[in-house]
Design a protein around this ligand. Structure first.
Ligand SMILES: [Zn+2]
Length: 324
């Protein structure tokens, strides 16, 4: 089974679960109304009977039953109106007992207008992202657990502001970015030494963005490049590069920490370029300074990275301070 077939099956399974879950909700709502509003249950019963009667009449006795037909139709309408008032009168929304769809476009069938619905694609990407994230050390960090108290409030003479002020700005930028995230969002480049919270804030963004229903893949550049290379030159059916290219948000951690192999810059360029040409955002983190990146990668890579919003991380290694 190819990777895409595997994710397709997972997506179809998820759709089935959605339909089952929505049906179960509707059934329990219906039970609830019938118990609390016995009149509603009664009306529903009569409505079913008169509807059957109506159909019989229409099929058998076309000419002589116009009056009866009209009466039945009117009584049907009256019952429907009364049911509606019972529902809304008891404080329920008018559509409380209507079919529930998680995806209104395809009504959770997976296809609409003879085409696969966008939600299937999304479910497949989520499945791919889940699998990739499960093998990376993705312990989701949150904005709440980010502590600005670790950063000095003293003015840094070289910068003219305190590290805490700079980090507070970075924090607020990331939080707003996550809250307002869409696939049209810009990219972010986070630069600064280890242990200053780049990974933490990226994962906090991932956490928020995943909750909004987007597919996010987080991975360290050295590991991802190793995976892609293995698949590129082997006969593997995994398609890491494909998933990395298509997910809604890609977070590349630790750019510059990968081994200096001749093939890596071009693989990296392929990946970055594919996402930029699709207009999909990335967050790229690096411990390297601008000069190091410039000497290491071709213009075409670093110039793209520096067109992003650049956040400078400053301070002392939080992890080292914690150990002390
Ligand atoms: Zn759909």
């Amino acid at each position: 089974m190819s990777i895409n077939e595997k994710y397709f099956d997972i997506a179809m399974d998820k759709l089935r679960q959605r339909r089952d879950a929505n049906r179960a909700i509707l059934q329990s709502r219906h039970r609830e109304i019938c118990e609390k509003q016995p009149r509603y249950a009664l009306l529903e019963q009569s409505l079913a009977e008169t509807s059957a009667q109506l159909i019989r009449l229409m099929l058998t006795d076309r000419d002589n039953s116009q009056t009866t037909l009209k009466q039945l139709e009117e009584s049907n309408l009256a019952m429907q109106n009364e049911m509606h008032s019972i529902l809304t009168g008891a404080g329920y929304p008018a559509d409380y007992l209507e079919e529930i769809f998680t995806c209104p476009v395809c009504r959770d069938k997976g296809t609409a207008d003879g085409k696969w619905c966008e939600c299937v694609n999304k479910l497949m990407l989520n499945a791919a992202a889940e699998e990739l994230n499960s093998v990376s050390p993705m312990k989701l960090s949150t904005f709440e657990s980010f502590d600005l108290g670790y950063f000095s409030a003293e003015i840094d003479p070289a910068l003219g502001v305190s590290h805490r002020d700079i980090m507070k700005k970075n924090y607020e930028f990331c939080k707003r970015y996550a809250e307002e995230f869409t696939t049209d969002s810009e990219g972010i480049f986070m630069s600064g030494g280890t242990g200053l919270g780049k990974t933490h804030l990226s994962l906090a963004i991932a956490d928020t963005v995943i909750r909004k229903g987007y597919s996010v893949i987080y991975g360290s550049v050295p590991e991802l490049l190793r995976d892609i290379e293995k698949q590129h030159y082997g006969k593997s059916e995994e398609d890491t590069l494909g998933s990395l290219t298509r997910c809604d948000l890609l977070i590349l951690d630790d750019l510059g920490a990968e081994a200096e192999k001749a093939t890596y810059p071009s693989l990296l360029y392929q990946l970055i370029n594919a996402r930029i040409s699709r207009g999909l955002p990335m967050i790229i983190n690096s411990n390297c300074g601008a000069n190091e990146l410039k000497s290491r990668y071709q213009d075409r890579i670093w110039s793209r990275i520096f067109s992003y919003e650049v956040l400078m991380f400053v301070g002392q290694d939080v992890r080292r301070r914690l150990r002390k």
